[in-house]
Design a binder for this molecule. Sequence first.
Ligand SMILES: [Zn+2]
Length: 521
Amino acid sequence: LTGERGWVRFEEFPKQVAEDILPKPEAFEGAMFDTPSLGKLLAGWHEFSWDGDLAVLPPEVPKHLDSVVGEPALSTGAWSLDLRLDRKVHYSPYSNVVHSWLLSRRLRMTKTFNIRGKPRTDFDGGQDPLRRVSSGGLLTTFSSSDMPVLSVGMPTDEHAFRHALALEGAWAPDTIYPPAPKAAGVWLKPSDKGDYLRGLLGIFGGLASAANFLTHQFWRGPLEDWGCTSSATRTDVEALHKRLKAARPTGFYSGMDELLTVAQMLASQVRAMRMPRRTIAYSKLAEEWTKYRKEFWEKTPKDGDPSVDWDKREAETLDYCLNDLTAKTVLFQGLTVGCPNCRHDNWVPITELNGVMSCQICQHSIPAPMKVDWEFMINGFVQEALREHGLHAVVWALSNCRQNSRSSFFFEGPSDFWFSEPAHTRKADTDIDLSVVLDGRSYIFEVKTSWGLFPPRKQSDFIDLMKRILPDVGVVAIMEANKTKKAKLLADLTAALTGVETKVEIWTLDDFAFEDGPHLD
Ligand SMILES: [Zn+2]
C-alpha cells in the first residue's frame, strides 16, 4: 500500500530438517507469549497515560488507514485493540517493574472492565464493545473509525474474582448455542480470614512490607516469642499423639492421620492458652541478630569491599526495621515498669513516658528508670491474624507469587464460596484460601501452616474444588518442609485429577524457603 517495491530480495539457507527449526518439547514448558513491556514497545503500539481507574484512550487508528485515500469502503470495519493496562496496585519486588493486567482465560474477568465506545445517539450511554483475552493475556476490544473505543474503567480485584468465580455465565440462558459455560459458583465474598488479611496488609502498608517481615528467617524466633505462631512445638504434638494413641479412642477417628491432626489442634490450643511472652527487649533482639548474622557468614563466602564496615551496616538494618515497624504500629515500643508497691508490671508506651509515672493498678508513683532497654510488643491484631487465622502461611504463599511474578500478579484473599442458592442465608459451601492470576495464569490455593492440617478429607475437598473451578494451576501450599510427603501428595493429587485440565503444584519450604540474609527490610 505504501508504494510498490521494485526489488524483491531472496536469501538462501542450507537445507534444514524439521528438528533443527522447531522448538524442542522442553522449550514449551517455560514458553510465554511475548507482550510489550516497558521500554520495549513493538511497532504499532502507542503509549498513553491516565489518572485513576478510568483510562481514556487516545484516538489512534491503524497506520495502514493513512494510506487509504478517497475510498470509504476500505476504511469501514473494525480493528482489534490489544490493551496492556498498567495496574494501580502492583506487587513487583522490583521498583522498576510496573505490573499490568494480564488476564486468564480460565477465570473470565473481561466483563468487569467497563469499556465504553462512542454513543450512537445523544441519549445513548455509549457502546459496550465486545471483548476477549488475547493470547498473551491482554484485554482485547474492537474499535472502528465511526465507533471508536473511548475509555476503559478498571475493576477492583475483589469484583474481578467474584465475577470470574460466581457471576460470569450465571444468567446465560440455556437456549443459546453454543451453550455458555456456567459459573463455578453463585457467590464469593471475603471470609473472616479474608477480612483479617486486608487488615493485616493494611497495617503493614502493603504486601511487600508484610512479606519482608514475615518471611525473613530471623523473625521466626521473635514471632514465636510474641505468641504469633499457632504451630505447637513438635515435642508437644508427639507427646499428645502418643497419649491419644494409648487411649485408643474408638468411633471418633477414622485413621492415624486424623489422630495426629487432633493432637496438633489440641497442642496449638494449649499453646494459645498459655500466656505468651508479651515483650522482647531490644538488647535480646540485637544479640539474636548478631548471632544470626554470624551463623549466616559462617556458611556463606564473603566478598565485597573490605574497607567498608559491612558488619555495622548489617547490624543497623535491625534498628531501621524496628523503627519502620513501630511507625506502622506493627510493633509497639515502650517499657515495662514494675510497681514496687503492688508488683504489677505496667506497660508504658514510649509516648507516655514521664519522669514520674503512676501504677495502673494502685496509682503508686514510680520514678522513670535510669537505664533504658527498650521493649517491643506486637500489635494484638497482628498476633491474632497470624495465630488464629493462619495468615502467616497465606502471606508466605503470596510472597512466593510476588517473587515469581514477571509482569502481572493480582489476587483475592481468603473467601467464602457458595455453589448454589440461597447464598446469603446459609453457611458457605466451601472456602478458597487464595485466588490468584499470575502472569496471565489462574491459580487456586489451599494454604496450610503444617502438614497435619491437610488430612485426606481436606484433600478430597481440594480435588472437588479444582474440578469445579478448573484453574490453570491448583496449589497446595504448606509452610513446612518435607520432600517425601510432598512427592507423595503430588502423586496422589495428580492421579486424582487425571483427565482434568488443571496442573497440581505443591509449594513447601523445600522450594520456597524463607529469606535468609544479613539484611532486614
Ligand atoms: Zn502498683
